[in-house]
Design a protein around this ligand. Structure first.
Ligand code: FES
Length: 259
């Protein structure tokens, strides 16, 4: 593990949480970032979400990677306990794809590091002990005799399934999912046009075409979908009813590979 106190140059940190769609959670992350900045050797500390929520990790990496005063190191601090090995795999994939994008744009890459899980867990012990002595809120019991809660059948015509099986996640499906959910909110896709809903699924089948997305009611299969591909699916398929042929794969008994 690298000792951060030995690293010279301009350093940035990203507090990486999983997901949030509420302003309160984003403000909580901003407060945490300010707190970390105050007691650290970082020149800036930002927050990001790996799934749904804004800003995404890629957006924050872009802002740091394109800063007028370049950073020598960007350190990612996963805010997750216990640390899932898959989260670290996800971070590696997301950073590698971003680095490819930066290299293609001819930009100089900073060193990217990730804090180690065990030291975070040890540090969390003190936090949890402090929280135990803090205020609590009672969870209200269910009221006896309360009427059964019903469910509304949604009117949305379209449903977007984003595969989150292992091969698709290794290929960046969580990024695609987070991007779709952010765009769904930004463009109000649930109530625009035919309306749409989205869901994550386990393996949909054609893993070699990862990340895989399927759009109903047509059942159109899409493979190799990244954020830009999802933008096209939203603009052309969801909003105009025109499947994106360049990304689509027709059902066939023959094996297909990514184009
Ligand atoms: S993991 Fe996505 S299609 Fe199998």
């Amino acid at each position: 593990m690298n000792d951060p106190t030995l690293t010279a140059g301009r350093r940035a940190a990203i507090l990486l949480a999983k997901a949030s769609i509420t302003g309160a959670a984003s403000r909580e992350m901003e407060t945490l970032a300010r707190g970390v900045l105050g007691g650290s050797r970082f020149h800036t500390v930002l927050h990001a979400f790996s799934e749904q929520g804004s800003p995404s990790l890629r957006e924050v990496l872009n802002s740091l990677g394109e800063a007028a005063a370049p950073f020598d190191e960007i350190c990612i601090l996963p805010c997750l306990l216990p640390m899932e090995p898959g989260f670290k795999t996800w971070i590696t994939g997301a950073v590698q794809r971003w680095a490819q994008h930066m290299a293609a744009a001819g930009r100089t890459l900073p060193r990217i590091t990730v804090t180690e899980g065990p030291s975070q867990a040890a540090a969390m012990l003190g936090v949890l002990q402090a929280v135990c002595d803090g205020p609590t809120t009672e969870v209200a019991p269910a009221k006896a005799g309360a009427p059964a809660l019903g469910s509304v059948i949604p009117p949305q015509k379209r449903r977007v399934l984003v595969c989150q099986g292992g091969p698709c996640n290794d290929a960046g499906a969580a990024l695609v999912w987070g991007h779709l959910r952010n765009e769904q909110k930004r463009l109000d896709l649930r109530t625009t046009g035919d309306g749409m809903m989205s869901a994550r699924t386990s393996c949909l089948g054609p893993c070699k075409l990862a990340p895989v997305v399927q759009v109903f009611p047509e059942g159109t299969w899409y493979g190799g979908v990244d954020e830009a591909g999802m933008d096209r699916i939203v603009a052309e398929h969801l909003l105009q009813g025109q499947p994106v042929e360049a990304l689509a794969y027709a059902p066939s008994p023959d094996k297909q590979v990514l184009r």
